[in-house]
Design a protein. Structure first.
Length: 127
């Protein structure tokens, strides 16, 4: 019994048991297809490994990494050359502030009244 006979007997059995099922046609491979398939697959694999084409996803990832590194480099250069040097920052002491500056700070930060401010100035003058 050949495979074709098996297929026909199977179709007849399905027809008898379940006539409502649709018939399926089994595609047939051309003669010699599987004999050449292995050789074709190996040839394609060898061609790809010899000359791999870059994938678009990898290219985008590489571009993103390169852009990030460039941004970090530019940021580092800008900070190195244009950031204020620590010696250029003058320390501020309370004695170096004017009365108007002290009053402005106290009014904004602490909501002190004029009476409280005068008392604070008297304490500063005693020191």
């Amino acid at each position: 019994m050949t495979s074709e006979d098996d297929h026909n007997s199977l179709e007849e059995e399905v027809k008898e048991l379940a006539p409502w099922l649709p018939r399926r046609r089994v595609p047939n491979a051309p003669s010699g297809y599987f004999a050449e398939l292995e050789e074709k697959v190996i040839t394609r694999i060898n061609n790809r490994s010899a000359n791999p084409a870059p994938r678009p996803e990898r290219r985008r990832i590489r571009q993103a990494v390169a852009a990030t590194l460039m941004l970090l480099l530019v940021t580092g250069v800008v900070q190195t050359f244009f950031a204020p040097k620590p010696s250029a920052v003058k320390p501020v002491t309370i004695q170096s502030l004017t009365t108007a500056e002290i009053q402005l700070w106290l009014e904004k930060e602490n909501n002190l009244s004029e009476v409280d401010f005068q008392g604070y100035l008297e304490v500063l003058r005693e020191d």
